[in-house]
Design a protein around this ligand. Structure first.
Ligand code: XIL
Length: 355
């Protein structure tokens, strides 16, 4: 135990009166193969998310095959550490096998068949972890950046009703779990408006949505704090919780000036976009630190509205941004470096907590 006057030694301690602080975990961390990362996770975080292992293709790769072992280990770890355990994700257009939407001849299935598959999947997966997984990302990325509904197979085959059904099935499977809508680029005014419409229309149908997850895959300069703040307020005004579910800050240049996190928007490898292979220059390190500081100042300011802030990874080494939007990059988006050491940004975040 440390005395109350000493500086906090962990993120979870620093923000204990504000919001949960967490990280997305991969298979090597969950299995204990990455022991150093596991140490950091136990020390720093009080909530965890599964980076990939509860996505449809991982947990339910074939019609009659469920692969629960990694997810079971993930949940067990969270229970042992008394953490707030997140499930990600039940209904998404990505990392969902083709068979879900097709019959044996490869033709699109009917609305009834797809709804039944969705229900079975949600019942089986959310049902298995009933009372253990505290919060589900029920639907992920249903919106286009202009705020209209994404033309996913879910929408094409079932129609808009798929959104309501996903939440109904999840509520049935685990009445106690928090149910979230999760997406990227929710700071964009048009997409923010789309998410507000989406949640409102569910609420009007009597569906209880517990929260909106803003993914938070950000750059050094964009988005503006004003846009992020406007979204925190807009979602909070709906009477739901707000979480930052997948935070990272990309310091590398990219061909499109892309924003967001469309995992299909990739580019061929090109050295000119992989500019810091031998280390991050001090000037960029300082920019990253300042960016994390201003972001957490904002989170702190709205801690009454924010329930959880989760990083999408633990160290720079395991971030998905080493491989997206371009494979084989050396990226620096997290608070811990490739040696598992805290970066200046970590100290800056702790300082934001103390303000
Ligand atoms: C990413 C994972 O981090 C990668 O390992 C995987 O290859 C692709 O998906 N939005 C989401 C997350 O909701 O599930 C994505 O995770 C990142 C973007």
């Amino acid at each position: 135990m440390q005395a109350a006057t000493e500086a906090p030694v962990s993120l979870k301690q620093a923000f204990k009166d504000d919001f949960y602080v967490g990280a997305a975990l991969n298979g090597r961390q969950v299995s204990g193969n990455d022991a150093k990362a596991l140490n950091l996770i136990q020390e720093q975080f009080n909530t965890i998310s599964p980076e990939n292992l509860l996505k449809w293709e991982s947990v339910h790769p074939q019609p009659d095959v469920y692969n629960f072992e990694p997810a079971d280990n993930y949940v067990t770890l969270g229970e042992q550490e008394d953490m707030f355990i997140v499930g990600h994700t039940l209904v998404w257009h990505n990392q969902t096998p083709k068979w879900v939407f097709e019959d044996e001849q490869g033709k699109p299935v009917s609305k009834e068949v797809l709804l039944k598959r969705m229900e079975d999947h949600i019942n089986t997966v959310a049902g298995r972890y009933k009372g253990k997984i505290d919060s589900w990302d029920v639907v992920n990325e249903a919106l286009n950046d202009d705020g209209t509904l994404r033309q996913s197979k879910w929408l094409q085959i079932i129609g808009e009703e798929y959104l309501q059904k996903a939440f109904e099935f999840a509520r049935q499977a685990d009445p106690e779990a928090e149910l979230y809508y999760n997406d990227y680029n929710l700071w964009k005014p048009e997409k923010r408006a789309g998410a507000v419409r989406l949640v409102r229309s569910l609420q009007e149908k009597g569906i209880k949505v517990d929260g909106v997850g803003m993914q938070g895959h950000y750059g050094l300069e964009s988005p503006s704090l004003e846009d992020i703040e406007a979204s925190i307020k807009a979602f909070s005004d709906l009477g739901v919780k707000v979480s930052f579910s997948e935070v990272d800050i990309d310091v590398l240049p990219n061909p499109s000036g892309r924003a967001g996190a469309d995992i299909d928007a990739t580019f061929d490898f090109d050295e000119k976009y992989n500019v810091y292979t031998t280390g991050l220059p001090d000037s960029v390190q300082q920019q990253l630190t300042a960016r994390y500081a201003e972001l957490f100042d904002l989170f702190k300011k709205h801690s009454d509205k924010i329930d959880r802030v989760t990083f999408w990874g633990v160290t720079d080494n395991d971030s998905w941004l080493n491989n997206w939007p371009i494979k084989g990059r050396t990226s620096y988006p997290m608070l811990f470096d490739r040696e598992y050491q805290p970066k200046p940004a970590y100290e800056a975040v702790l300082k934001a907590a103390a303000k």
